[in-house]
Design a protein. Structure first.
Ligand code: C2E
Ligand code: MG
Ligand code: MG
Ligand code: MG
Length: 283
């Protein structure tokens, strides 16, 4: 009987795993097609200074404009792309798209605020990453300081010399560097001291309902104090309410992004709302 049950469980797992593997394979093939058919879209979320709600930049976030499923958020394909190795291609597409966007805004005489792009460990670890990025910036005549890269604590797990020299090369380009999802990774804190990081982004999980949770408050205070000590800026992610914002302001957090101000929007919407060209009228 136990044997029968064991088989039953095995059969259940087996078909479930088969189903999952099938689904992943389908999605993987579809994602390759999506890139070939230009179905990826860049949306941009405003980042604000906390003191005065002044716009300080944007974060580029990928979406998949699926022919049947509509606009698919990255949560449902980035994890797969990470395990399949497709993430580096997505990141390269996003970097080029953001640089093109900056070049276009420059040509159009719009106000230039830095765009931050998320860079996976997979792209970061490619030895030609900095050379490629340098070439894209040169080709589009976009200065490095228009660009910011958001890396996670995972990149700090590579060979330390490689990580450090890569980050230093990026800084020489003028690119600003943030640690994303801070507080959720596994690394120690030494890299904050050793790496040329500009900004720490406090993970959303510590921000949401922070005003009601003493443990979150303790963590957020500690991160801000640590960042202050090291001369780093802090940006809070996922701010949805005035109460959360008030707490962060009181603690001296430097900036924020979140649905309270705006979600990520398509470029044309960003232009309409925040980058309207000054119309000079002749006298
Ligand atoms: P992330 O880099 O930490 O980006 C912040 C995420 O929080 C975004 O989700 C953003 O839309 C969401 N968010 C912002 N404000 C709020 C808020 O007030 N409430 C809530 N509930 N969420 C908020 P999104 O766009 O779904 O992206 C999820 C993650 O996918 C990103 O987290 C990032 O890790 C990854 N991702 C997105 N685009 C790219 C990309 O081009 N390359 C790589 N490697 N990863 C990307
Ligand atoms: Mg990010
Ligand atoms: Mg984040
Ligand atoms: Mg996140």
């Amino acid at each position: 009987q136990a044997k029968a049950r064991g088989r039953g469980i095995y059969a259940f797992y087996s078909s479930d795993m088969q189903h999952q593997a099938q689904h992943r394979l389908t999605l993987r093939v579809e994602l390759d097609g999506a890139m070939q058919r230009n179905e990826l879209r860049a949306h941009y979320q405003p980042k604000l200074g906390i003191a005065d709600d002044e716009l300080v930049g944007f974060e580029a976030l990928v979406r998949w404009q699926h022919p049947e499923r509509g606009l698919v958020p990255p949560g449902s394909f980035i994890p797969l792309a990470e395990s399949s190795g497709q993430i580096a291609a997505i990141d390269r597409w996003m970097l080029k798209t953001a640089i093109d966007q900056l070049a276009q805004w420059r040509r159009q005489g719009r106000r230039i605020l830095p765009i931050a792009v998320n860079v996976s460990a997979s792209l970061f670890s490619r030895s030609d990453f900095v050379a490629e990025l340098t070439r894209w910036l040169d080709e589009r005549k976009v200065p490095g300081h228009d660009l910011e890269l958001e890396i996670t604590e995972h990149v700090a797990m590579f060979d330390l010399d490689y990580t450090l020299s890569t980050l230093q090369a990026l800084k020489r380009l003028g690119v600003a560097l943030s640690i994303d999802d801070f507080g959720t990774g596994y690394s120690g804190l030494a890299y904050l001291r050793d790496f040329p990081i500009d900004t720490v982004k406090i993970d959303m999980s510590f921000i949401q309902r922070v005003h009601e949770d003493e443990k979150k408050q303790g963590i957020v205070r500690a991160i801000i104090a640590l960042a202050d000590t090291l001369g780093l800026q802090t940006i809070a992610e996922g701010v949805e309410t005035e109460e959360e914002l008030a707490f962060l302001k009181l603690q001296g957090c430097w900036g924020y992004q979140g649905y309270l101000f705006s979600p990520a929007l398509a470029a044309d919407e960003i232009e309409r709302r925040y980058l309207v060209r000054e119309v000079r009228q002749g006298i």
